[in-house]
Design a protein around this ligand. Structure first.
Ligand SMILES: Cc1ncc(COP(=O)(O)O)c(C=O)c1O
Length: 457
């Protein structure tokens, strides 16, 4: 008898994909093999090679629709969900979120360009960043993209650049609301000690200063308190604080029409994680904004939110092939896979945990065999370990491992460390698989190397 059920046997929540470990179309088929989006994973690897990122279209669309539906249900004013494209930026992702009626948040010219190429209308894009270059600001101004001002330097550059283009600009202000939440310190951004945004105490002077500018019109406020957040209270507090700042801005003559509460809703990476649903999160934010507006007799602003991880993370998995084994008797057995910290830097950066299984023995039905492995990447770095301890069935060189929850902050944070090419990404849906990002080759990585003439013999 099996003593413990696998996470693959949990009931799947179709309405809030962030509450599942696996994409909503994941199945263990009758032949015992794993499929996602109606595609057998081992077939995909035969076709597209390993390692491979896979994105499930149904999970992506269900996540987007959950945000739209919850906003329609709980917020009577206008609303706009905006996809934080840093989570996974591609022409495909831009296209998909635009088709679901989402806007997009970009942090560089590269992300802006990707959004426009993917068909996101310019008026649905917001441009963030704590150190935007003049070139990036000019790109945003030329394309009539709304800029979220992060600091005084930003503000001065924007005023000068809009003057040189002889145009007026609608801007939003990002500020740090001073809210602490329990998440990794690198992904906590709303506390006073953060590199992002204006300090809340500086807003009065800022509102005064903006009145003196000739080309900038303040129409919105923005705050983002962190990522992978499981508590609802910080976002309840945030709604109230932001509405109070609308009032303060009003006293300086600014008419704030847009409130952007950032992203941050967590997802379930492992059995221990229990994030709120998308609806619960939106309901909490909505109620707090509505209540604070009622109390202060304010018209409801357009409510914007910027989810990244909770849109794309659960939709994505990464498949690796097992190569070498190294047993250290009495200590551990390492298994090494054909990827690692270059395609997924989160474990080495944030000590992040994931769930995983063998592709062709996902439920580990052979109860006689149970082993814990340390799963290492192939990079020349001792810390390149994807799992410190992973229980798997019997496995051998050539077997495939599926790591769940890798749709966000994996491809987008990937590197070419050790000159390792980035994997391809395949989109799966209804039994069809399509390439949305080609696999890099070692030759691609030489493209930008230059040997000055004097070194050529
Ligand atoms: C300004 C801003 N908005 C939105 C997000 C997206 O957050 P998440 O992926 O946690 O939803 C981030 C993430 O760092 C962010 O910095």
């Amino acid at each position: 008898m099996k003593e413990k059920i696998s996470f693959l046997e949990n009931k799947i929540d179709l309405n809030s994909p962030n509450k599942n470990i696996v994409p909503i179309t994941t199945k263990v088929e009758i032949n015992g093999k794993l499929s996602i989006g109606g595609c057998f994973i081992d077939d995909l690897i035969k076709r597209y090679d390993s390692p491979l990122y896979i994105l499930d279209e149904s999970t992506l669309r269900n996540s987007c629709r959950a945000y739209k539906k919850a906003l329609e249900k709980h917020y009577p004013g206008k609303s706009l969900p905006i996809y934080a494209s840093k989570a996974n930026s591609s022409i495909f992702m831009s296209n998909l979120i635009a088709s679901e009626g989402f806007g997009l948040d970009a942090v560089s010219e590269g992300e802006l360009l990707t959004a426009l190429k993917g068909g996101v209308p310019n008026e649905m894009i917001v441009f963030h960043g704590n150190n935007k270059s003049d070139k990036e600001i000019e790109f945003a101004v030329k394309n009539k993209i709304k800029v979220i001002v992060d600091n005084n330097h930003d503000l001065k550059r924007l005023e000068e650049i809009s003057k040189s283009f002889n145009c007026d600009l609608d801007i939003m202000i990002r500020f740090t609301p001073g809210i602490e939440c329990h998440t990794h310190e690198y992904i906590r951004t709303g506390s006073f000690d953060s590199k992002f945004g204006f300090g809340i105490e500086s807003l009065k002077n800022l509102f005064k200063f903006i009145n003196k500018t000739k080309h900038l019109k303040l129409i919105g406020l923005h705050a983002h308190i962190g990522s992978q957040i499981f508590e609802l209270d910080p976002h309840k507090d945030l709604g109230e604080i932001m509405v109070n700042k609308i009032l303060e801005a009003k006293s300086f003559g600014h008419n704030i029409k847009e409130l952007n509460v950032g992203g941050g809703l967590g997802i379930k990476y492992t059995e221990q994680d229990d994030p709120p649903s998308i609806e619960e999160w939106i309901k909490t934010v909505s109620i707090s904004v509505i209540k604070a507006c009622e109390k202060n007799n304010l018209k409801l602003p357009t409510l914007m939110c910027e989810p990244g991880r909770s849109i794309v993370s659960t939709a994505g998995v990464t498949i690796y092939k097992i190569g070498s084994f190294k047993e250290i008797p009495g200590i551990r057995t390492y298994i090494s896979v054909d990827g690692g910290m270059s395609d997924n830097p989160r474990p080495i950066t944030y000590q992040s945990n994931y769930s995983a299984c063998l592709v062709n023995n996902p439920l580990n039905l052979d109860e006689k065999f149970k082993a814990k492995y340390t799963v290492a990447g192939k990079h020349c770095e001792s810390g390149d370990v994807l799992f410190k301890e992973l229980e798997l069935g019997q496995c051998k060189t050539g077997d495939l491992i599926c790591v769940f929850g890798t749709g966000a902050y994996n491809y987008s944070m990937s590197s070419n460390y050790n000159r390792i090419p980035k994997p391809a990404t395949v989109l799966v849906n209804n039994g069809e698989a399509e390439i949305i990002q080609k696999r890099e080759t070692p030759l691609d990585l030489l493209k930008y190397d230059v040997l000055p003439d004097r070194f050529i013999k």
